[in-house]
Design a protein around this ligand. Structure first.
Ligand code: NAD
Length: 275
């Protein structure tokens, strides 16, 4: 019960990583305030965890201010998870428009800055708090996600570091999680796949995700929620301005490190050399 008597805001809490985080924090005693644009989903999660839901489009700074303000007015804000997101523009750098770039960054990077912007004064006035931002493995490599998304997620990491430096004087810690391939609705949502087709596509995605990294299973929202809960808790009291890469080893190991059937680079060369 690390969050007994604490109040936390989780954006994007209607689904996936945000939902698992809201459930995890509530299970450890937190009063959770969910902000999302999926009102039916958000209301359902809030009801299940005895929490609160408020419509909040994180692309709109005024709606973020209203969400964290409402949670604070209920008795003080202790924790914020800037997590809401979607795939954004899939255009490559030689085709993307300024409008699409801005739309993606308003959703994935400016939203995080504004979440911190509005939560920090509320936390500072009560002596501190903890913030976790959701970045991505795509912050470190190409090919994991489209360019506007990946650059925004890299920005989230540097925003995390500098905000942590600026806010430490107020007792506020700021950290990030960088998930790898986690089976959630983000992929089908970005492609506009809904209904029965969504379940089918998600099953296929889980199969691909199980083979994408050294740890031979798909990443789960709960894997990320556990790390977020740690970073928000007092156990992480000396941890700030850093990130937790939770990707089953995607960033360090190709498939052949666990799958004997997949040839390594050296195996492939040896074959060409006839050895
Ligand atoms: P998800 O689609 O299951 O959940 C995202 C939630 O954000 C949804 O409830 C959605 O309604 C909400 N949302 C979307 N746009 C919003 C907006 N403008 N305002 C408020 N809420 C909005 O996806 P997820 O995988 O749980 O994504 C959560 C976070 O994790 C995102 O920031 C995503 O970029 C990041 N992430 C996911 C993965 C992955 O593999 N699933 C990997 C790395 C990072």
């Amino acid at each position: 019960m690390r969050f007994e008597g604490k109040r936390a805001v989780v954006t994007g809490g209607a689904s996936g990583i945000g939902r698992a985080t809201a459930e995890r924090l509530a299970s450890e005693g937190a009063e959770v305030w969910i902000g999302d644009i999926d009102d039916a989903g958000g209301e359902a999660v809030a009801a299940a965890i005895d929490g609160h839901y408020r419509h909040c489009d994180v692309s709109d700074p005024a709606e973020i201010a209203a969400l964290v303000g409402a949670a604070d007015a209920a008795g003080g804000l202790d924790a914020l998870v800037n997590n809401a997101g979607a795939g954004g523009s899939r255009e490559r750098i030689d085709a993307i428009s300024a409008e699409e770039w801005d739309r993606t960054h308003a959703l994935l990077l400016r939203s995080v800055a504004m979440g911190i912007r509005y939560a920090a004064p509320l936390m500072a006035k009560r002596g501190g708090g903890a913030i976790v931002n959701t970045s991505s493995v795509s912050a470190f490599q190409s090919g994991a996600a489209p360019i506007a998304y990946s650059v925004a997620k890299a920005g989230v990491l540097h925003l995390t570091r500098i905000a942590a430096a600026e806010l430490a004087q107020h007792g506020i810690r700021v950290n990030a999680v960088a998930p790898g391939f986690i089976t959630t609705n983000i992929f089908t949502a970005s492609l506009g796949i809904d209904g029965a087709a969504r379940e089918q596509a998600n099953a296929m995605i889980a199969g691909v995700a199980a083979q994408a990294q050294p740890i031979a299973r798909a990443g789960r929202p709960e894997d990320i929620a556990a790390a977020i809960a740690y970073l928000l808790s007092d156990e992480a009291g000396f941890v700030t301005g850093t990130h937790f890469l939770i990707d089953g080893g995607m960033n360090i190991g190709p498939r052949h490190s666990w799958d004997p059937a997949a040839p390594s680079f050296f195996d492939a060369i040896a074959k060409v050399a006839g050895q």
